[in-house]
Write a protein that binds this ligand. Structure first.
Ligand code: PGA
Length: 239
């Protein structure tokens, strides 16, 4: 199971001080061989985190990248090679917060290709909005996101899909277990790879996900900034 922390635009150097708790947990947890912990901080913290996690199995990822893998005159941008250079092994691509700002499925496809070329593994986010859910076109939307986002990409083993219904991110609202089960099964049928769930996951609602045996892990936003909550999510998954 994957447990991925998405810090979004939160965190400063002193936020790294409490990570020793997660490092300690990752070394002592009885089921440690069954889990993979990945932290995706803002780019400003990637290298420091990478150094901090050096003697552990925890890995670091970024939250987005530019679509070109070479250097270039793109003010404010960072490409996948640069992320790799400072210690990132993964990159989140297609997060709804970036899709909202205009990232299209086509652009996401270019980003994924470029990141794979640089040797990064991809955490590919897909998910429907509340309007799309109400119109009952969730599967159609997901199918489109997968089809275009992963167009001409054969490399399955370096891609993890994170299903994140947009209406669930940061809202405290989570899908019904049956619905989630069906949706994840649908995604796996379209693309046979690991599928995580993301959206308001916290230690208190984790019981709702435990019975859904098709979930391969969680992408955690808000709750991942608190090491204790993040550890509790992992512990409760195996309780
Ligand atoms: P959340 O965010 O856990 O705060 O809902 C999840 C995400 O956006 O990846």
């Amino acid at each position: 199971m994957y447990f991925i922390a998405n810090w979004k635009m939160f965190g400063a150097l002193n936020s790294l001080n409490s990570l020793y708790k997660v490092i300690k947990f990752s070394k002592n947890f009885k089921k440690r061989k069954l889990i993979k912990i990945i932290y995706c901080p803002p780019n400003t913290l990637i290298n420091q985190m990478f150094i901090k996690f050096k003697n552990s199995k925890i890995e670091v990822g970024a939250q987005n990248c530019h679509e070109f893998d070479r250097p270039g005159p793109f003010t404010g941008s960072v490409n996948s090679m640069m992320l790799r250079n400072v210690g990132a092994k993964y990159v989140i691509i297609g997060h709804s917060e970036n899709r909202k700002k205009g990232e299209t499925n086509k652009l996401i496809n270019l980003k994924i290709k470029s990141a794979l070329k640089s040797g990064l593994k991809i955490i590919f986010c897909i998910g429907e909005t509340i309007q799309e859910k109400r119109k009952k076109i969730t599967n159609q939307i997901l199918n489109n996101q997968i089809k275009i986002g992963l167009n001409k990409i054969k490399d399955k083993k370096n891609i993890i899909i994170a299903y994140e219904p947009v209406w669930s991110i940061g809202t405290g609202i989570i899908p019904k277990p049956r619905e989630l089960f069906e949706t994840i099964k649908f995604i796996k049928k379209k693309k046979n790879c690991k599928v995580l769930y993301g959206g308001s996951v916290n230690p208190k609602n984790l019981d709702n996900f435990r019975s859904i045996n098709v979930i391969d892990g969680f992408l955690v936003g808000g709750a991942s900034q608190n090491p204790k909550k993040f550890i509790d999510i992992i512990k409760k998954t195996y309780n």
